[in-house]
Design a protein around this ligand. Structure first.
Ligand SMILES: Cc1cc2nc3c(=O)[nH]c(=O)nc-3n(C[C@H](O)[C@H](O)[C@H](O)COP(=O)(O)OP(=O)(O)OC[C@H]3O[C@@H](n4cnc5c(N)ncnc54)[C@H](O)[C@@H]3O)c2cc1C
Length: 373
C-alpha cells in the first residue's frame, strides 16, 4: 500500500528511534548525508524507568528522557524526525548480496579488509537503487536504509509487578539493583533456569516461578538447578502487592502463601521486529535476528541493521556503537571526495565549484551550529 504523500528523497532513512537508530541517524547527518529518522514510538528504551550502564548518563534518567534528548540533538544537526510507522517497503533494482551466512561473513571480511587498507577510497553513488518505505501518511524514499526496529519482549500473563519496579527483562541492566535482595525469575525455559542460577552471583535468595506451567528445560538443566540453592515454586501467582512508591513488595500465590521479593526477571523470549528486513530480502538467523557484517551491512545492498534487531548483547551502549559503525560505513560508501580515478576519467578533475560535497541545507545548518565564534 502506498501513502498519499511522498517525502523529498533522502540519502539515508533510519527506521526506529531507539539508541541504535538515533546513533546511526546522528552519524549519517553529521557526516553530510540528508537523513530522516522514522519512529513509531515505544520500543525497549521507552520501557526503561532508569538508564543504567551508559557512561555520562545519570542513573535517574528515564528511557523517555534519553530518547527525547536524542531526537532534539538530531533535529539540531538537520536530521528530519518523523513520528510514523513503516508498514511495508520495496526496493527498485533489487540486488541481493550473498545470502548464505558463510558467504556473507566471508564477503564482509573481504570488504572490511579492503576498506581498512583503502579507507580513503570513495565509492561512487551512481546507479544506487532506490528504496521506498511506506508509512501511515507518507512514503519515504532513500538510497540507504538503516533498520533499527529492535524486538519486543514476550510479556507473561497478569497479574504482574510494574515494569521497572519489580518486573525486569534485562539481567545485565538490573541485576545490580538486586544485590543481596530476595528475587524471583519467572519462566519455564532453559534461559529462565540459567538466569535463576546466574542471579546467585548477586544474591543468595532466588526463587524460580513456573506459574503452574510444565518446564521445558532439559534433565541436565534440572540437575544443574538441583545442585544450586534455588527454590522452584510451581504455584500460579494470585495477586501482586506493591508499596506506595509502586515498587513490588510481595507476591501471593494461589495456595495463599506470600513471598517477599524486591523484584525479578521474566524470561519468555522475544519477538524480533524483522518484517521490513524480510520484505527487503535480508537474510535472517534462525532466532529471527538479521544477519549483518561488522559494519551492520545486511545481505541486501544499501540496507543496514543495528541494535537489538541483530545478534549480540542487548544493551544501550552496544546499540549506540552499532549505530555509529553503520553511520561511518555509509559515509565511506557515499562520500564524494577524493574522487575515484575512474570518475576523474569520466568527469575530469574536481573543480572549486564542485566542493564542498555536503548538501546545501546541511551546510547552512552546520555553519549555524558552529559554536566557536
Ligand atoms: C525494561 C528494560 C530495561 C532496560 N534497561 C536497560 C539499561 O538500563 N541499560 C541498558 O544498556 N539497556 C537496557 N535495556 C536494553 C535496551 O533497552 C536495549 O538494548 C536497547 O533499547 C536497544 O536499542 P534499539 O534501538 O535496538 O531498540 P529499541 O530501543 O527497542 O528501539 C526500536 C525502535 O524502533 C521502533 N520501530 C519498530 N518497528 C518500527 C516500524 N515499523 N516503523 C517505525 N518505527 C519502528 C520502535 O517503536 C522503537 O522506538 C533495557 C530493556 C528493557 C526491556
Amino acid at each position: 500500500m502506498t501513502s498519499e504523500k511522498t517525502s523529498a528523497p533522502f540519502d539515508v532513512v533510519v527506521v526506529g528511534g531507539g539508541p541504535a537508530g538515533l546513533s546511526a541517524a546522528l552519524y549519517c547527518t553529521r557526516l553530510g548525508n540528508k537523513t530522516a529518522l522514522v519512529d513509531r514510538g515505544g520500543g525497549r528504551t521507552a520501557m526503561m524507568q532508569d538508564v543504567h550502564n551508559v557512561v555520562g548518563i545519570p542513573e535517574e534518567t528515564s528511557g523517555a528522557e534519553f530518547l527525547s534528548i536524542g531526537k532534539e540533538q538530531l533535529e539540531a544537526y538537520g536530521c528530519t524526525v518523523y513520528r510514523d510507522t513503516i508498514s511495508s517497503c520495496s526496493r527498485a533494482g533489487q540486488s541481493t548480496r550473498d545470502s548464505s551466512e558463510e558467504q556473507h561473513q566471508e564477503r564482509g571480511q573481504e570488504q572490511k579488509q579492503d576498506r581498512e587498507q583503502n579507507h580513503d577510497e570513495s565509492t561512487t553513488t551512481e546507479g544506487v537503487p532506490e528504496i521506498t518505505l511506506c508509512g501511515t501518511d507518507t512514503d519515504y524514499v532513500a538510497e540507504y536504509v538503516v533498520l533499527a526496529t529492535g524486538f519486543t519482549d514476550e510479556r507473561p500473563d497478569p497479574p504482574l509487578p510494574r515494569t521497572g519496579r519489580g518486573l525486569h527483562y534485562c539481567l545485565h541492566c538490573d541485576a545490580y539493583m538486586f544485590v543481596d535482595e530476595p528475587v524471583y525469575v519467572m519462566g519455564t525455559s532453559e534461559s529462565a533456569a540459567y538466569v535463576a542460577a546466574i542471579m546467585l552471583n548477586f544474591t543468595s535468595d532466588v526463587d524460580l516461578l513456573t506459574r503452574g506451567i510444565e518446564p521445558t528445560w532439559s534433565d541436565e538443566t534440572e540437575s544443574m538447578l538441583s545442585n544450586h540453592p534455588i527454590e522452584i515454586v510451581h504455584e500460579e501467582i494470585a495477586s501482586v502487592q506493591n508499596g506506595d512508591d509502586g515498587w513490588l513488595e510481595s507476591l501471593t500465590f494461589e495456595d495463599e502463601t506470600v513471598r517477599e521479593y524486591t523484584g525479578g526477571f521474566a524470561l519468555y523470549g522475544s519477538s524480533y521486529n524483522n518484517g521490513l528486513a524480510t520484505e527487503l530480502g535480508c537474510a535472517l538467523n534462525d532466532d529471527g535476528t538479521v544477519i549483518v557484517d561488522d559494519h551492520g551491512r545486511t545481505t541486501v545492498e544499501n540496507v543496514y541493521a543495528v541494535g537489538d534487531l541483530t545478534p549480540g548483547h542487548n544493551q544501550v551502549p552496544i546499540a549506540l556503537g552499532e549505530g555509529a559503525r553503520a553511520g561511518i560505513s555509509i559515509h565511506w560508501d557515499r562520500r564524494k571526495f577524493p574522487r575515484d580515478p575512474s570518475l576523474i576519467d569520466e568527469l575530469g578533475p574536481v573543480r572549486n565549484d564542485d566542493v564542498p560535497g555536503i548538501p546545501d541545507e546541511l551546510l547552512e545548518q552546520a555553519v549555524e551550529y558552529h559554536t566557536y565564534d
